[in-house]
Design a protein around this ligand. Structure first.
Ligand code: ADP
Ligand code: MN
Length: 177
């Protein structure tokens, strides 16, 4: 490795509505890792170039996001929650979790957020075409990318415990080095 002794950084990504924020909060509260909701951070710190009115979403300033997060990521111990993943430095993450949800599950979650029809459509297509999964596989080493189904509360709990187990084993491997 690089000789770094930082704690793990985990990325939880996936189409909007797949449950990233809910799962990230659960993982953070059970592990002591810091939850970073990048969507909120972009709004709070204006890490964007204005709004795309058609899709009612911010146009990301990727360099600003990376600059803002660099020190925190270098010190480790973060759960990063965001719907895209191809612009983060690869070295930041030790585990990349891609959440998936079935169409019949995702659709009502998006509707209940009162997204506009075109935004719902865009996100449904994104999930059907597994855009985020492909992006994750292109951006990170195969062996750190894990695809997890997150349709139900039971699945979410099992996903949280899988991540906890991964972290425990990652931490004990670090200590042995
Ligand atoms: P994201 O951050 O990926 O956009 P959220 O965590 O905000 O998704 O979840 C979207 C909605 O779906 C919320 O209302 C949340 O309570 C619900 N939800 C998330 N994960 C699950 C799950 N595994 N089972 C049932 N409902 C879920
Ligand atoms: Mn979210």
């Amino acid at each position: 490795m690089e000789g770094t002794k930082r704690d793990a950084n985990i990325l939880i990504t996936g189409t909007p509505g797949t449950g990233k924020t809910t799962l990230s909060e659960l993982v953070a509260s059970s592990t002591g890792l810091r939850h970073i909701n990048v969507t909120d951070l972009v709004k709070e710190k204006s890490l964007h170039e204005g709004k795309d009115e058609e899709f009612d979403s911010y146009i990301l300033d990727e360099d600003k996001v990376c600059d803002e997060l660099e020190d925190t990521m270098t010190s480790g111990g973060n759960v990063v929650d965001f719907h895209t993943c191809d612009f983060f430095p690869e070295r930041w993450f030790d585990l990349v979790v891609v959440l998936r949800a079935d169409n019949s599950i995702l659709y009502p979650r998006l509707v209940s957020r009162s997204y506009k029809d075109n935004k719902i459509q865009e996100n449904m297509e994104c999930e059907i075409m597994q855009v985020v999964l492909d992006e994750a596989r292109e951006s990170y080493k195969q062996e750190i990318v894990v695809e997890l189904t997150n349709n139900t509360v039971e699945e979410m709990e099992s996903n949280a415990s899988r991540i906890q187990q991964w972290l425990a084993s990652w931490r004990s491997n670090q200590q042995q080095q």
